[in-house]
Design a protein around this ligand. Structure first.
Ligand code: AHR
Length: 492
């Protein structure tokens, strides 16, 4: 039986912030070192030490914002270690991620240069766990002050005359865990204190993001909104899709339908989480001034066999593409409250967009979903009603189709759809209300097997191709979604 769907094209809602398509890069494993940064003397083609291939690939998905330097790493990072001549930078220990030596060759100047090359806004996460207020304040002055202070002079002496723009700043990361094991009451007070000194120097204006909850910790959101809501612009939320449990998360590539189903089911939890955290925020902030910033999300599996367990390197299959598509649909549909989201993590870590090995680079299925979905960036959300069918596995079931829709400033309508069922087509009969469109085109990402992925030897095994399964007649749109697929349609 066909699934019935209605798109209300004449009732565009809020703008889907382009920042929902944001990313996260931590000093973790080979994300920064090897992933983004190879150093100026590397034989791998680079611009001042930054890989050209990775930058070019991320520009193609219109990467809007990049969060750095962590993660857990942020709460042990001291920015002064990462400025000045390389040979003078101290060697420190990355205690969270493998205990490896951090030579600090990628620091503030390198990060801002990377953002400039990408055309992305910088989002820095500051150190509350083990850093001082003074250190945090001075970092911001060093970056943004357009005047003759000693810190601005130091920046100039290190090669950057003009200040940079720093639009987003996070006050600590996971302060309930690796960022200091705090209680929400204590962190709320600390947030109020630290954030006071997150200054707007010169004409820079900072959107301040407080550390928010993980998963179902609604009490954290409640306390933070009650005690500190008026001092923040954004409140974060972290949620990872882990098919197993934390001691046995499951393989990224070797899985059966049971694990596929569980992964889909667990990733759909994001919708419920956002709804419930948002409703607490609504109570304290009915105008929805404070954004929910989902600044860590994605799949987390066991590391690839034979790799450093502290480096969180995992492969990325069609299953991850579905996870990406489903979450991006969820964020789009909650764009009244979700103002930014940052996939963890951009290169070589967790649900990566890109994998590298020496000079080689491969684009993952997740990357392809971000490419297909970029049409939603800054478009207006269109309300979609759906009478969904169910994807059943054994005695459990979940909705078969995930969807979101938007209208761009050229009046084109975009519809992104995921068929979660690996065995059955979804036949959708869609009524388009309030729009007169005569042409439908689209792209699809799918494969024969659930675990198909790109490798360095076969980098193009899975990539988007033209989709011919949709037709339009009058205001009726007919769509035949293949099993386990992600499809993006454009109506003109
Ligand atoms: O993304 C990996 C880690 O997950 C981050 O460092 C931390 O914030 C979270 O627990």
């Amino acid at each position: 039986m066909a699934i019935k769907m209605v798109i209300n094209a004449d009732f565009p809602k809020e703008k889907i912030s382009k920042n929902i398509y944001g990313h996260f890069a931590e000093h973790l494993g080979r994300c920064i070192y090897g992933g983004f940064w190879v150093g100026k003397d590397s034989p791998i083609p680079n611009t001042d030490g930054i890989r050209i291939d990775v930058v070019e690939a991320l520009k193609k998905v219109d990467i809007p914002v990049l969060r750095w330097p962590g993660g857990c790493f942020a709460d042990e990072y001291h920015w002064r270690d990462g400025i000045g001549p390389y040979e003078d930078r101290p060697k420190t220990i990355n205690t969270h991620w493998g205990g490896v030596v951090e030579d600090n060759s990628f620091g503030t100047h390198e990060f801002f240069h990377l953002c400039e090359l990408l055309g992305a806004d910088p989002y820095i996460c500051g150190n509350v766990g083990s850093g001082t207020i003074q250190e945090m304040r001075e970092w911001i002055e060093y970056i943004t002050f357009d005047g003759p202070s000693s810190l601005a002079e130091l920046r100039k002496a290190n090669g950057r005359e003009k200040p940079w723009k720093l639009p987003y700043f996070g006050v600590g990361n996971e302060s309930w865990g690796c960022g200091g094991n705090m209680r929400p009451e204590y962190y709320a007070d600390l947030y109020r204190r630290y954030s006071t000194y997150v200054r707007n120097f010169s004409d820079n204006r900072i959107y301040k993001i407080a550390c928010g909850a993980s998963d179902f910790d609604f009490r954290w959101t409640e306390v933070l909104m009650r005690e500190a809501g008026r001092f923040m612009d954004g409140l974060s939320l972290h949620y990872y899709t882990v098919p197993g449990d934390w001691s046995n998360k499951g393989s990224a590539t070797e899985f059966d339908e049971r694990e596929w189903f569980v992964t889909m089911k667990k990733t759909l939890v994001m919708d419920d989480l956002i709804t419930r955290h948002s409703s607490i925020m609504d109570y304290y902030d009915p105008e929805k001034r404070v954004g929910l910033i989902v600044d860590e999300w994605g799949t987390w599996y066991d590391v690839e066999p034979g790799t450093n367990p502290g480096f969180l390197y995992q492969q990325n299959t069609l299953r991850d593409a579905l996870v990406a598509g489903i979450n991006l649909n969820i964020f789009n549909n909650h764009c009244d409250r979700v103002h930014m989201a940052n996939l963890a993590q951009t290169v070589n870590v967790l649900q990566a967009m890109i994998l590298t090995e020496g000079e080689r680079m491969v684009l993952t299925p997740t990357y392809h979903v971000f490419y297909m979905y970029k049409v939603h960036q800054n478009s207006r959300l269109l309300p979609v009603e759906i009478e969904n069918s169910q994807y059943s596995y054994k005695d459990d079931s979940i909705p078969q189709v995930s969807v979101s829709s938007s209208k761009d400033d050229q009046n084109r309508i975009h519809i992104s759809l995921c068929n979660l069922d690996p065995n059955s087509y979804a036949h959708i009969s869609c009524e388009l209300r309030g729009a007169d469109k005569s042409n439908v085109s689209g792209t699809i990402l799918t494969a024969d097997q659930m675990n198909v992925h790109n490798t360095f030897d076969e980098p193009d095994k899975i990539e988007p191709v033209e989709f011919h399964g949709a037709s339009i007649a009058g205001n009726s749109l007919d769509i035949k979604l293949p099993p386990k697929s992600v499809v993006v349609l454009t109506l003109e």
